[in-house]
Ligand binder design. Sequence first.
Ligand SMILES: [Zn+2]
Length: 172
Amino acid sequence: MKDDLQFSWELSGSGWATYRISDAAHKHKEIVSYCTNALADLLHGVAGLYGEPSVQRVSFDLEPAEERWQLRRRGKDVDISIYRFPDMHVSWDAPDEDGELSWSSTQPRQLLGHAVVEAARTVLSLHGEAGYLKKWVQHPFPVAELHDLRRLHQQEDECQRCQNSPGPDIHR
Ligand SMILES: [Zn+2]
């Protein structure tokens, strides 16, 4: 079943974020640490799906586990596969398939782009840039990455959801 992707990103404590991703069949939730610039990396990885190469990877540090998103574009769709490795220090150069598959789904790129943009915008409107930095400590809110992905999504995907509720433009 396609067209049923849900995604949210929440600052859950100092230096930790909780994300939730689901389709109609399966839910997945993970808590990631500020050791990497996680939200920026995700926005950047999804933005990569609007160019070459067609496979993008985003790693999250779970201290010590690694969770790695493999995003594989096929035409207008994206195969999303989330792999888990027990220790990031060991797995950083391991092939994806060595990890344990935690969640996977195939979704339209249009919907993935929209969901990730909206999740990041929700974080920004909830905390503001100052509030974000206070909670995430190591990295500022990824304003430029959000702007880039939103621009690509609005230019390249004919997104009905954006057209129905364009919302206010984000401040740079
Ligand atoms: Zn949209």
